[in-house]
Design a protein around this ligand. Structure first.
Ligand code: ACO
Length: 320
């Protein structure tokens, strides 16, 4: 027994922020951003909360799967920008949907959040504990970036993607998840001061920090490695993979991974031009776009791969 993705959905905020819009608030240009990242536009929330985006994407995924909220056994939300310390975004989504029989919790793995949540749900299903689940990747990094820091604020966008998973005989074939906590400082968002009873300070949220070149080096090394691992361990020929759906941080990372794997670029769909890096949402949003445009055919072999803060990274091989 394994599990299969039977429906997908996504939600992107309506507000579009272009590179030219950003050039009005920081010293940057469309040329600089587009040539280094492939990003031209991103969506940024006006009023939407993280859990609102997650619930909307989930509704669309449930509708596409033909599954009712009450049928869900487990809801996992991969996010690093939940609206509250607690409750989890997953519990808020559960409440919004009326998924009265589901257990719900968040998974914190930054940009790898959707992939780690999917692989976790797969493990629960393989173990026979659950039959039907919902996995969401959602982030609202516009809440966490310093809008005066041109080296980070131009990279990110907000959004959510979701998938409904059910126990079936074919679907997910193999999963790999990795972490390297020794390198956590490369990409982080820490509290600047912790609230403290003795000193009476209130907690203050810090901004997202990134060492861009370290993240670049990490991604182009570790992503091909874990993709090869998932293929080798499942005895799959790389030539049989229809699509590699990678975390959409930067087109140069995707190109470099394709080159290292010696695979043609038409196997690596990209959409960061329109949405920027939506962190945990990039993989499920791209998956939903491909699914809705009819590009995924039954039996297609697909590799999903995420990487991000932690550091965390991983890959999932599945049959559509
Ligand atoms: N506009 C104009 N100039 C800028 C901007 C900007 N938005 N940001 C930085 N610069 C300047 C810097 O100040 C620096 O100027 P200096 O030479 O006068 O000091 C110059 O551009 C070069 O800066 P670098 O940081 O060396 O730029 P680099 O070529 O490495 O590109 C980038 C930065 C695009 C972030 C690159 O490192 C990268 O692709 N990293 C991968 C990380 C990534 O994509 N992270 C996404 C989030 S993490 C994740 O999703 C896992």
């Amino acid at each position: 027994m394994t599990s299969r993705i039977i429906g997908t959905g996504s939600y992107m905020p309506a507000q579009i922020v272009t590179n030219d819009d950003l050039a009005k608030i920081v010293d940057t240009s469309d040329e600089w951003i587009a040539s280094r990242t492939g990003i031209r536009n991103r969506r940024v929330v006006r009023e939407e909360s993280t859990s609102f985006m997650a619930a909307e994407a989930s509704r669309r995924a449930l509708e596409s799967a033909g599954v009712k909220p009450e049928e869900l056994d487990l809801i996992l939300v991969g996010t690093s920008s939940a609206d509250h310390c607690f409750p989890s975004a997953a519990c808020e989504v559960q409440g919004e949907l009326g998924a009265v029989h589901a257990a719900a919790f968040d998974i914190s793995a930054a940009c790898s959040g959707f992939l780690f949540a999917l692989n976790t749900l797969q493990a629960f299903i393989q173990a026979g504990m659950y039959k039907t689940g919902l996995v969401v990747g959602v982030d609202c990094l516009s809440k966490l970036v310093d809008w005066k820091d041109r080296s980070t604020c131009v990279l990110f966008g907000d959004g959510a993607g979701a998938a409904v998973i059910r126990a079936e005989d074919t679907g997910i074939r193999h999963t790999v998840m990795k972490s390297d906590g020794a390198k956590w400082k490369v990409l982080s968002c820490v509290s600047r001061t912790n609230g403290n009873f003795i000193n009476g300070r209130q907690p203050k949220q810090g901004y997202l920090y990134m060492d861009g070149q370290e993240v670049f080096k990490f991604a182009v090394k570790k992503v091909p490695e874990c993709i090869c691992e998932v293929l080798n361990e499942s005895g799959t020929d790389i030539g049989d993979i229809r699509y590699f759906i990678l975390h959409q941080a930067n087109y140069r990372i995707v190109e470099s991974v394709a080159k290292r794997l010696k695979q043609p670029m038409d196997k690596f769909p990209m959409n960061m031009e329109h949405y920027g890096n939506t962190s945990a949402a990039t993989v499920p949003v791209l998956l939903d776009e491909l699914n809705r445009s009819g590009k995924l055919k039954q039996g297609d072999r697909i590799v999903l791969s995420g990487f991000g803060a932690g550091l965390t990274w991983g890959a999932t091989l599945l049959e559509w």
